[in-house]
Design a protein around this ligand. Sequence first.
Ligand SMILES: [Zn+2]
Length: 344
Amino acid sequence: MSWSSIHGHDAARDQLRTAYRRGRMAHAYLFCGPSGVGKRRFALEFAKALLCEAPPEDLTACDRCAACVQIAAGTHPDCSFVRKPDDKQELPVDTIRELIGTLGLKPSRGSRKVAVIEDADDFNAESANAFLKSLEEPPPGTTIILLATSADAQLATIRSRCQVIPFAPLSDSAIEKVLADHGVRDRATLDRLLKLAGGSAERALALNDPAVLDLRSAMIAFLSSSRPQSAPLLEVWAKFIEDAGKESAAQRRRASAALGLAVDLIATALRLALGGDVAGLEPADADKLRRCAERVGVDSLMELLDRCLDADHLVDRRVQLVLLTELVVEKFGRAVAPAVTDRR
Ligand SMILES: [Zn+2]
């Protein structure tokens, strides 16, 4: 297993390994890239490689020693993963102070410690300030890894103290490997998921669900109806998100997957409106989306596409998902309904 379980991001791994061999590791890294591409999994593998007690080669975990097993189980005393509480919009200063306290203690097992901060986008001024000294001069043997969606979104004081490692959207072949790891091997399903994944393995996995097909049908029905009803669409959409369970991160993944579905359908309708091809689309769906394109028009579809992309951005900004979903469904209604009114 070890690095072989990480699909994509070879450049990032090679960069870290080269630095390790040259004895030039940074003490703080900022992993930057879109959500769902596997930054957290990569950070976990990196942590294992740093703390492994019997590494088979440089910066590679054995996956068998006590340290590797503990990290995989989330119980290694010298490896901390920190995230903001589910009910908080920002990374609270208390969470950071607690981490600083932990980092100040001597390592329990070996001579190294690793801390991963999963929500670096959500530092507020207070928690960022509290963390600056640790970032600049961590205790000896400590490696700090911040996970973020973009370097630009970070406070300059944080960014300047970290080495930035960019994470790109995943290639189709990398996503296919992740899906295969999760038992998805059927070609038609793979093709459908890859088309909708947008470079995110997490999104592809979230979309591998019969509920996705229900939501997609509801969206197509709404877009193609001459009398679209918002309530049924909202109900299916909200249920799709709720069914992710209570955990906020899982709900956000689903909310983002739903918006990805919407974006794909609207983009398909736009392609049809502009006379493009629809390879891979069911003929019945193509007919419906063509009707939608004719009635709604390119301008309104473009507008709706923008609103969905804006909303997807907001999913990561921790707005209330119920409100966001209502807002998006309302935008759907506004895009589709005026055309209906015009025809009366
Ligand atoms: Zn090991």
